[in-house]
Design a binder for this molecule. Structure first.
Ligand code: SF4
Length: 352
């Protein structure tokens, strides 16, 4: 399986105020140029403002998260008016999140505005009913509901995307999540749809037989193509995923697909360390050594070591690996996503 990046823009949900729309409680916005100008090159945004959508209007009275005590679980919150705690929009926000689930089925990531009782993804200030701030353990109620509805969807906050490493990590997750639907889920569904009706044997009760073997093969191929990129993010979890797939036939294929997708997104959520990435690059180089001369091997080893020491960028190593790649006849190494153009090389990480 040779995974190619999407040629069209990838659909992404976003808090509407980040697009520059004046939908905040005070009639302002929080335009993010990183989102619109930089990431807008590869993302096609679906902007939503849950507070406007539930009819709170602009401008509107501010709201905040209310809890009974500091250790309250993340879902034990209410979203109430700062001035009038009797204004409670908790259920309205949850219902709105549920209502947009079908609309969000095609999105491959979501960018939320930080510190919002509706949209904040982490660290939102929580208050007691006497008005005192108690902690910053809250998650915006709209964002929280979408986390539950789309447990593997890559999500990030607008402010954190100003950091180039976090931005690169978000892009990596979005590209992987998008690829999963194009290469594993959708393609499998298309195959089933395009199967001639006469070739399918109806089971008792009229159910159309599934094609578990085909989808299983795709899941394994997807993991194989991502293997070295996953190793660069988390070696132990990648090996554990490999062991799960070695026993994959004991699981129902839908259950397996959900589990594997979740594990892949979990592994990629950990930013790749230079140490783990060096290890993955050495594995890649190992596949090419037999096709290299003595000086070429030395040049490649030296460059990887320079990368490990922080003296050379990743792109330099990838460029040399790609230069040698055509010499190998083995599809395993040709298909490695690790060796494809990474976000920094696409010009999506540096932004001033
Ligand atoms: S943070 Fe969310 S609810 Fe608040 S203005 Fe932005 S989009 Fe609307």
């Amino acid at each position: 399986m040779k995974i190619q990046r999407q040629s069209r823009k990838i659909p992404i949900g976003i808090s509407q105020c980040a697009m520059g729309d004046p939908v905040r409680f005070n009639g302002g916005h929080k335009h993010s140029k990183v989102c619109t100008e930089l990431l807008g090159q590869c993302f096609d945004y679906l902007p939503l403002c849950p507070e406007v959508a539930i009819g709170m209007g602009v401008p509107r009275k501010p709201i905040h998260l209310l809890v009974e005590h500091a250790s309250a679980p993340v879902d034990a919150v209410r979203v109430v008016g700062v001035e009038d705690p009797d204004v409670d929009v908790t259920e309205l926000l949850r219902e709105y999140a549920d209502s947009v689930v079908p609309q969000l089925a095609k999105i491959r990531g979501y960018i939320f505005m930080q510190n919002s009782p509706s949209c904040g993804l982490r660290g939102v200030r929580r208050y007691l009913d006497n008005g005192h701030g108690i902690d910053s353990e809250g998650v915006g109620v709209f964002a929280r509901r979408l986390q539950q509805q789309f447990p593997h969807l890559p999500m990030e906050e607008v402010g954190r995307l100003n950091n180039s490493e976090l931005r690169e990590n978000f892009l990596t997750r979005v590209f992987a999540y998008d690829a999963w639907f194009r290469y594993v889920q959708l393609e499998a569904e298309e195959e089933v749809q395009s199967e001639p009706a006469t070739s399918q044997t109806a089971e008792p009760g009229g159910a159309t037989p599934a094609k578990p073997a085909s989808q299983l093969a795709r899941i394994i191929e997807f993991y194989t193509a991502y293997k070295y990129l996953l190793l660069a993010h988390h070696q132990d979890k990648t090996r554990a995923l490999g062991r799960l797939l070695a026993n994959a036939k004991s699981m129902a294929v839908d259950e397996l697909a959900f589990e594997v997708r979740g594990r892949i997104m979990d592994i990629l959520a950990r930013p790749a360390s230079r140490k783990d990435r060096t290890n993955a690059l050495m594995h890649s180089a190992g596949h090419l050594r037999e096709f290299l001369g003595k000086d070429e091997k030395a040049e490649l080893s030296e460059l990887i070591e320079e990368y490990r020491l922080g003296r050379k960028p990743l792109s330099a190593v990838l460029t040399l690996l790609r230069h040698f790649l055509p010499r190998s006849p083995h599809s395993f190494i040709h298909n490695q996503v690790l060796l494809a153009a990474e976000p920094a090389e696409l010009g999506l990480c540096d932004f001033h």
